[in-house]
Design a protein around this ligand. Sequence first.
Ligand code: ATP
Ligand code: MG
Length: 370
Amino acid sequence: MVPIKILVVEDEQLVADDLRETLEYLGYLVPALAATGEDAIVMVEALQPDLVLMDIRLAGEMDGIEASFKIRSRFNIPVVYLTANADRATLERVKATQPFGYILKPFDEKILSTTIEIALGRYQAEFEIQKALSIAQADKQIAQFQSQLKSQYLYMAAHEFRNPLTTIRLGSEILKHYSNQLPKEKIQKHIDRIQSATDSLTDLLNDILTLGQAESGIIQCNPAPMDVVTFCEEQIETLQLVAGEKYEIQFSVIGNQRIAYLDEKLLWHLLNNLLSNAIKYSPKGGIISLTLSWEEKNICFQVQDQGIGIPKESQAKLFEPFQRARNVANIPGTGLGLAIVKQWVEMHGGTISFESEVCRGTTFVVRLPL
Ligand code: ATP
Ligand code: MG
């Protein structure tokens, strides 16, 4: 067991030596003796004792009460007074420093040891209470923050529903009142718009539900051995068909391995989100590359494009729901894809990061533990 360290503050050498001897006999460690309040403060900082035994009348400018006050407020170390002063005025000043004990000289060995033990016990109890209070306070703050965040997300989600709903409302009103007078093509155009708005709403709803499920842990991560190379080749092939000739989606592998232990469904969504972003935010087309590399402990997916990039000031919050960079112009999106990707990556115990330069392109890197 580590011995309890007690700093003795006493300006009379003989008394100090006697105290040290008694304390050491009682099993405590006395790392130093201080003769002034100023020395005591320096020593407390350097030695971090468990308790200070403090005389009130000391050599030097500062008396023991002032020194105790500084020690309590700066270092939160318990102080027990050991003094010959017992007048009312001194006692009042002592009380203000909230001491852990007060022993009158000449002291008795038993009273000394009991007072020290009680002081240490009380200090420990106070420490535990303080710790519990801080934890409760932190938990309360986190809960408040989460609840604020949830209402903020709710508000943002409601806002995202507004545009497609307006399109549906206006389109159906026009069809209801003017369908007899409108040419066939115009009617078809309104129907197409309504359908596309309905699709957007469905996508949005699915994304919000997926994010909610991921956040509340309903979506489980079910890893199984899979051939990641073939899997990526197939996914690239499908996306190339959808993207068209304007884009060249390349795939390369660094390393000879093929098999990893991953959740196939989640991996598909993860890569689909990153590659769809790479396509969507490269309106001029260009090369989009997926590089798979095997590291000692991770499998690494890198998705690179030559698109519009992400301005520095929009980068910090990009993984939060509904956050979009300021340069998206009229490229459609709700800002949910990356928030979902991040949840999935974390479910796999992995990490996601990106580097981007406006008008030059973006690279997302996902590392999943093998
Ligand atoms: P959706 O929810 O439909 O995916 P989104 O694409 O706007 O909508 P995220 O995928 O979460 O949402 O992306 C958030 C934002 O990050 C985008 O709005 C865009 O500003 C920026 N971003 C993401 N990927 C890229 C990229 N490859 N190049 C440039 N900007 C990107
Ligand atoms: Mg997206």
